[in-house]
Design a protein around this ligand. Structure first.
Ligand SMILES: [Zn+2]
Length: 269
């Protein structure tokens, strides 16, 4: 197996290049567990995503992206590192069934969506509330503000409100509780990847079912497996040749794989 080349991908409607994760020495040291997810995603995108000209993207840029665009970048890194075709294990949600389902996903299918920067929500009494579709910066603000407790829904939504009837809201302004359902639905429609709902037919009961998928959590878990696989490779070579971690990781990926084939007892040629 040779190193995977950079993958041409789309992110927020713009072309980008995604680099494979799990082949280079630095990949062994990238922490995927020690921080909250938004930090992990920004770190991964900063290291493994390039703009259309092949340039690194600054962390300021990556934080400013909406959640759909950040997730599209992460899907690109996953596709470059593993495969754009993934099989997700889920369960049928219909009563009395609960059969296991294998959902086949093509990560490239999620690249063409473009989330708007803002949405206008009209209340029953005729007010127009303009909300920002959440960005990485919003996530960062929520993490800093509510590090020890879960936020009230109305407090969280208030951080996204830009105007009410075209004027900036007072700091104490909060959405009415009975707006919750419609407002949440409007935000979810603008940012459908964050809480993805996949429609499928269950083979067992023959009924349609909807599977809720945390796509970001799923691909981060796949990348953690990729890193665990890299540790396995180092362990296998170190156990046989007694080289240090630094020596093993300084080998080009193709030579590392050539040694691994011999460790596994495969033919040398
Ligand atoms: Zn079923």
């Amino acid at each position: 197996m040779s190193a995977t080349p950079a993958l041409h991908w789309f992110c927020g409607g713009n072309p980008v290049w995604a680099l494979p994760y799990g082949e280079a020495p630095a990949d062994l040291f990238l922490s995927l567990d020690s921080d909250a997810r938004p930090w992990v995603v920004t770190r991964l995108l900063g290291q493994y995503l390039r703009d259309g000209d092949g340039q690194t993207l600054s962390s300021e840029t990556l934080w400013s992206w909406n959640l759909t665009r950040r997730l599209q970048g992460l899907l690109g890194v996953t596709a470059a590192s593993l495969d754009r075709h993934q099989v997700v294990e889920a369960r049928c949600g219909n009563a009395d069934c609960g059969e296991g389902l294998d959902l086949e996903l093509d990560l490239a299918d999620f690249c063409c969506l473009e989330a708007p920067a803002t949405i206008d929500f009209e209340t029953r009494d005729g007010q127009v509330v303009r909300l920002r579709v959440p960005t990485g910066t919003d996530q960062l603000g929520w993490l800093e503000h509510w590090s020890f407790q879960l936020p009230e829904w109305s407090d969280l939504v208030a951080t996204l409100v830009e105007t009410v009837n075209e004027a900036p809201p007072a700091p104490s302004w909060r959405p009415e509780p009975d707006w919750l359902e419609a407002l949440s639905a409007a935000l979810a429609e603008a940012d459908p990847l964050t809480d993805l709902a996949l429609e499928t037919d269950c083979i067992e009961c023959g009924q349609a079912t909807t599977v809720a998928l945390d796509l970001e959590g799923y691909v981060l878990e796949r990348l953690r497996h990729r890193q665990a696989h890299l540790f396995d490779q180092v362990h296998a070579i170190a156990s046989t040749y007694h080289w240090s971690e630094a020596e093993i990781m300084s080998l080009p990926a193709e030579r590392r794989h050539a040694y691994l084939r011999r460790v596994d007892g495969e033919e040398s040629w």
